[in-house]
Design a protein around this ligand. Structure first.
Ligand code: ARG
Length: 381
């Protein structure tokens, strides 16, 4: 954990500059995500089957850990320092003044919980009960960076109550027409009464931060991010992908690969008025190819879509890591001039993510740049 000369220990302004230090998640102690107001997990191909609770099997954990360790080894072979979460008893139920939940989840996806914004670590509020304490397995690292370099900032977002009243539970029952109508008003399973966001709804572009309004990030969450980040020189842009009926986490939808290039999800175009920010500033969007697996072929306990295929991790503006079986995506990226590295990662899918989700970049080269010089931006007053 030695800081590169001159660069603060914690330093990441975008998703693509050369990666120096990263946290890779771990499946140790992972549990099934419980049914709760913000989440209705379902067993794929078994409609109506009861979703399991409690610990995942030792075999499932070992399979995921093998692939997570494989990613860690690949990163280390590329001179990236890899850190891992500490132990946490996810099987412990939680009881707060506002809710009870039977077990917690896992530390596979640090991306959902923490984000490095420049020289600052921001801990998200989280949006689900089972993930309320998910920052804990990473706190030893946060303290270590914070103690070791006085330039490191640390901001913890206000914890919401996650009481029943915070959620809009009928969301889960809406018929498709109603879903369509409400979607356009960006109404999801979290209401607007408290500040709610997951870190993975953000994507970093130098001084500009995109935030997806979603099932896991509400408008109050976006307001909190604006008020917190604007005085620090960031511009915060809410973004929407109106054809995604269950939006959560932006990194399977809109993935910047290097300055001027976005990997976009063909099923979930960005709303027309938000596209101009990119086209007016010379950014090109390329469409991700059809994933190898269909939604029906995804692992039975996986709650994410087939678009985990495009959840790539950038090692630099010219090198990207892709899931081993996603050949058409690998070819597309190679055609774009990228060196494409691959690792098997399918056994991690049921823990909520792929390569980008399962990592949290601590330090990349580079500094704050303006990639959108022609933007008109209205800060909050
Ligand atoms: N909601 C996304 C999809 O199914 C999955 C996002 C996973 N990302 C993450 N950071 N956990 O397409």
């Amino acid at each position: 954990m030695t800081a590169t000369a001159g660069i603060p220990l914690v330093n990441a302004w975008n998703e693509w500059d050369t990666l120096r230090e990263v946290v890779v998640g771990s499946a140790d102690g992972a549990c099934f995500e419980p049914t709760e107001p913000g989440n209705r997990p379902q067993v794929r191909r078994h409609k109506g089957a009861q979703f399991p609770t409690g610990r995942k099997s030792a075999e499932a954990v070992a399979r995921a850990n093998e692939e997570l360790n494989g990613l860690a080894r690949l990163l280390e072979s590329r001179a990236v320092t890899v850190r891992r979460p500490g132990p946490h008893d996810f099987s412990r139920p939680l009881r707060t003044p506002h809710f009870d939940v039977e077990n917690q989840y896992c530390a596979v996806c640090p991306r959902d919980v923490l984000i490095t914004l420049g020289n600052e670590i921001v801990e998200a509020t989280m949006s689900r009960r089972a993930r309320y304490f998910e920052y804990e397995p990473y706190r030893h690292l946060v303290y270590e960076y914070w103690e070791a370099d006085p330039r490191v900032g640390w901001t913890v977002a206000p914890k919401p109550t996650m009481s029943d009243a915070m959620y809009r539970q009928d969301f889960w029952e809406w018929p498709i027409e109603e879903r369509h109508r409400r979607m356009h008003a960006s109404e999801f399973c979290v209401g607007q009464t408290e500040v709610v966001f997951d870190a993975a709804d953000m994507s970093r572009f130098g001084r500009d931060i995109l935030v997806q309004e979603s099932m896991t990030t509400n408008r109050a969450g976006i307001r909190w991010l604006k008020r917190t980040l604007e005085p620090k020189g960031f511009r915060v842009h809410p973004v929407h992908f109106p054809l995604d009926y269950f939006p959560s986490h932006i990194d399977c939808t809109f993935v910047p690969l290097r300055p001027g290039l976005i990997l976009a999800n063909p099923d979930r175009p960005i709303s027309q008025d938000e596209l101009s920010m990119f086209t007016d500033n010379g950014w090109e969007l390329i469409q991700a190819p059809e994933p190898v697996l269909t939604n029906d072929e995804m692992p039975p306990y996986c709650q994410s879509s087939k678009w985990l295929s495009m959840n790539v991790l950038s090692l630099s503006p010219s090198t990207v890591i892709c899931e081993e079986q996603e050949k058409s995506l690998q070819d597309l990226l190679a055609d774009q001039g990228f060196e494409v590295l691959t690792v098997p990662f399918r056994n991690v899918f049921e823990y909520g993510g792929s390569l980008h989700c399962a990592t949290w970049d601590i330090r990349r080269d580079g500094t704050r740049e303006d990639y959108f010089p022609s933007i008109t931006y209205e800060p909050l007053v």
